[in-house]
Ligand binder design. Structure first.
Ligand code: ADP
Ligand code: MG
Length: 695
């Protein structure tokens, strides 16, 4: 059998290949660009392009593409072949440095939120040399950032790179204060745990809702759901195991370190986690992973559902964003160290994250807001829509001791002196128990758990990096002018804990009591996308994001509009699909069953003197439900047409939240009831039990 080590990364133009195919001078120059962002000179670009082309052609590639992440949430690509005509009628294979570095896709159909009028449709893509090029389906993929000609970001990579630069700059100032001058750069790393569902493709084909919207819009709960908890970490079924093995292989070829795989809480639900990587690379890899997951599923006659809530009443899918900051010397800044100085440094970064999450709750919340994720946050499974931080009892006790100048625990008799005392060791166990917190400290990293399974991780990390960069800036401004660094730092940490401890909550985040308590503490509870998204334009957020060069003001407003439009369009498509399914499939099926039952009554009564109580009751109940569905469908249709007339995007999103979604619920509830009373043979598409237990 082929060994993993033989094919791992075989489709990636990685460091090994660069070293082997580039001259030493070109290699060194490219490495400088990758590590330190120094501009690439065109002769180097030409040499890299030539080596990439030769390598790609050898691997069977015929095309190349600038691969980018527009605001649609999925990736985009335009394929160009390497061929170029030679004067004698032959073709030669060409790929220049210019083509590697810059592309000009026709960008008119990507959302820009008004940043780019369609008549000046051309944006450009620029190579991100820190993320390796790779081959997929006979094409050389070049990871790129996507901008308008005037330099505005039209994608999710540009602001992500800017946010990484912002946090780098501010963290370096802090490290310098600790006397650390060896560190040249810091990077944020992310390991995203990806949840997904698998359903049988033949069944999927029969459901317009899954095809059109990625989730079921109708469906009554099966008699056996996830109550038994027997699926979680249960043994993996053979067909699923084959899929996972195939998927791992494809990901490994692409240099994606898929590491763990297991069953999740719900039936048919699974998870894949890679080993963490630098944030922009992790973001590229996660987009690629989602794409490959879906493609490989088809080979197994399966469909991979990445929607946050494919089945009502069944656990939804999220994506845990494990996040840390580390230096180019390999030091994790979120890891409590061994010495008093390292401990103090850790506590300062910890305090910065606490303040950042509290000050920018709204940005974090809206960074994960989509129509799909709204079904999850706040339901009894995912974290609530309220942001809070879990630190665990031990670390919380340390912070309490600092805040109140009291001795910590039983270990010390004297009060904690930062920069002098060593922290106790925290076992991962005590920090990792609470699974209900939206933002948990897990020993040496934070786990932001509110992301939806289909979200690009870029948005969450842009806002997280930006918020932490801002607080580090405030800290550095204050500490750089202090006379006595240690005591100024002590005071700063103490004050930060005092002012921001309201965001710390170690209890059960799924509990309704917590939501009440959170309200008392003054924490934000932005329940839906319509509630959350407008906050990106709040002055404090605009000021912060522009100050760090993450977004321009125009970019911020355009992003709000794009995300709200996305929310409105998503729900609108769902509504239209529901109307279609109700009118053309569900109502006719239930009506047919009712009428067949009624005919049977007539036949029975003609041969015997029977009351037919059961059938009569059934027919009258079904008839009532048919009327209810008809009325609800008409109401939904009228909501759909009303929405068309609302031109203001905020008003439209509020109409969707307040009117459309409840009209959809009403129709669904009548239809789901009818489903449970209709004979299986009559039902027009596979029901939940078949979908969930059919693989
Ligand atoms: P869980 O217990 O939440 O299921 P997993 O082991 O499935 O955890 O996933 C944890 C994720 O966190 C993995 O992707 C892992 O690579 C990542 N991770 C581990 N250490 C770090 C770190 N220092 N920074 C960022 N991510 C990390
Ligand atoms: Mg996790």
């Amino acid at each position: 059998m082929e060994k993993i080590t033989d094919f791992y990364g075989s489709m990636v133009f990685d460091d090994r290949i660069m070293k082997a195919t580039l001259s030493e001078k070109v290699y060194k120059s490219l490495k400088r660009t990758i590590d330190r962002g120094t501009p690439l000179d065109i002769s180097v670009a030409n040499a890299v392009a030539a080596a990439m082309k030769d390598w790609a052609i050898e691997k069977g590639a015929t095309h190349y593409t600038h691969w980018f992440q527009p605001m649609t949430g999925v990736t985009a690509e335009k394929h160009d072949s390497f061929i170029s005509p030679a004067p004698d009628g032959r073709v030669i294979m060409e790929f220049s440095g210019k083509e590697l570095v810059k592309g000009e896709p026709d960008a008119s159909s990507f959302p820009s939120g008004g940043l780019r009028a369609t008549f000046e449709a051309r944006g450009y893509t620029a190579w991100d040399p820190t993320s390796y090029a790779f081959i997929k389906d006979g094409t050389l993929y070049i990871p790129t950032a996507f901008c308008s000609y005037t330099g505005e970001a039209l994608d999710k990579k540009v602001p992500l790179l800017r946010s990484m630069e912002a946090i780098n700059k501010q963290a370096l100032r802090i490290l310098k204060l600790f006397g650390n001058t060896k560190v040249k750069s810091i990077k944020t790393s992310v390991g995203p745990e990806q949840e997904y569902f698998l359903v049988d493709r033949d069944m999927w084909k029969k459901r317009k809702d899954l095809i059109m919207t990625g989730r079921t819009l109708f469906g009554a709960m099966p008699p056996k759901g996830q109550e038994m908890d027997d699926h979680y970490f249960g043994s993996i079924k053979p067909r699923v195991a084959e899929y996972m093995a195939d998927l791992d292989r494809e990901l490994w070829k692409l240099g994606i370190l898929a590491k763990t795989k297991h069953n999740e809480v719900a039936p048919a639900q699974h998870e894949l986690a890679p080993i963490y990587d630098t944030t922009n690379i992790a973001a590229d890899h996660n987009q690629l992973t989602m794409e490959v997951m879906q493609k490989v599923a088809l080979r197994h006659n399966l469909v991979c559902l990445l929607h946050e809530k494919p089945f009502a009443g069944v656990n939804g899918s999220g994506k845990h964003n494990n996040w840390s900051i580390s230096t180019d010397q390999g030091e994790n800044l979120l890891s409590p160290g061994e010495t008093p100085a390292e401990n103090a440094q850790f506590l300062l970064f910890l305090a910065a994250v606490i303040k950042a999450v509290d000050d920018y709750q709204d940005l974090l919340r809206l960074s994960v807001a989509t129509a799909g994720n709204d079904h999850r946050l706040g339901a009894n499974e995912a974290p609530p829509a309220v942001i809070s931080i879990f630190l665990g009892d031990e670390l919380t006790a340390v912070l309490n001791a600092i805040e109140t100048d009291t001795p910590y625990g039983g270990t010390k008799k004297e009060k904690m002196q930062l920069g002098v005392d060593v922290l106790p060791k925290f076992s991962k166990d005590t920090t990792d128990r609470n699974r209900t917190s939206p933002f948990a400290f897990t020993g040496n990293k934070f786990e932001f758990r509110m992301l939806g399974s289909s979200n690009s991780i870029s948005c969450a990390n842009i806002h997280l990096n930006a918020a932490v960069a801002e607080v580090l800036k405030q800290f550095a401004d204050e500490l750089e002018t202090a006379k006595d660094f240690n005591s100024a730092m002590h005071d700063l940490i103490k004050r930060t804990i005092k002012e921001h401890k309201r965001i710390i909550f170690n209890g059960n985040g799924y509990d309704d009591e917590w939501i009440k308590e959170a309200e008392k503490r003054g924490l934000m509870n932005l329940k839906t996308t319509a509630d959350a998204m407008p906050h990106i334009c709040d002055k404090k957020n605009v000021d912060m994001l522009t100050a760090h060069g993450i977004f321009t003001e125009a970019e911020i407003f355009s992003r709000r509009d794009i995300m709200l439009e996305n929310y409105i369009k998503t729900v609108n498509i769902e509504a239209v699909t529901m109307v279609d399914m109700a009118r053309k499939e569900i109502i006719p099926a239930v009506a047919k069953f009712a009428s067949d039952t009624a005919s049977a009554v007539a036949v029975k009564k003609s041969v015997a003197e029977v009351a037919c109580k059961y059938e009569t009751k059934l027919v009258s109940e079904l008839s009532a439900l048919i009327d209810e569905m008809d009325t609800a469908t008409s109401e939904l249709e009228s909501a759909v047409s009303k929405l068309k007339d609302i031109t203001d995007i905020i008003k439209a999103s509020e109409f969707v939240r307040d009117t459309m979604l409840s009209a959809m619920d009403k129709l669904r509830s009548a239809a789901d009831k009818a489903e449970t009373m209709t004979a299986e043979d009559y039902y027009p598409f596979p029901t939940y039990d078949k979908l969930l237990f059919g693989v």
